[in-house]
Design a binder for this molecule. Sequence first.
Ligand code: ADE
Length: 224
Amino acid sequence: MQIHILSVSPELMDSPFAHSIIKRAKEKGLLQIHVHNLRKWAINKHGQVDDYQYGGGAGMVLMCEPLANAIDELQANKKFDEIIFMTPDGKTFHQQMANRISLKENILIICGHYKGIDERIREHYVTMEISIGDFVLSGGELAAAVVVDAIGRLIPGVLNDETSALTDSFQDNLLAPPVYTRPANFRDWQVPDVLLQGDPKIVEDWRHEQSLKRTQERRPDLLQ
Ligand code: ADE
């Protein structure tokens, strides 16, 4: 999978993709991430990519021209399955969306900044608008990093059996059960006996029960 990201703060994206599972996905050749600085397509030598909004009001808006030229140039080399715009008024991101996007070949993610991007780019280029929650970030970069992390680990072949995504929270609309590791007794806090008794079927039943209980207590909406 190739992920292209268009941003006015590309340096914000250095660290999130340089560690752990996403780093491994890149090393295995299963994921390529290309971060492009929108200022490369600035309208003048001052690096201008934004302007005041028509009708007045505080906050700058990313202009059509640099965005359209950037997307056209990137699209000339690559057909994108989705052009995603990160925005608080997009569809709220969830695991099933991550599953679906992880099966795509090539995607382009546009990070907004300031007041957002000119609406005409949303109308004419963007195929999917994603919010990571009902709050406003300073830009779309951290939100894009969240989305890339969530989809990157789902790309077939990235996770091995031990880290399988199948047992993640939300994968079957249930929260994950509690987990424990050694020692079995820490300050008299005991690991549940059921996990120490060795019958995998009993463990599996217990985990399912715990998942249901946890979901019922914390996220009953998921069970509806
Ligand atoms: N840009 C700013 N806030 C955002 C959010 N909550 N989700 C996605 N992109 C954003």
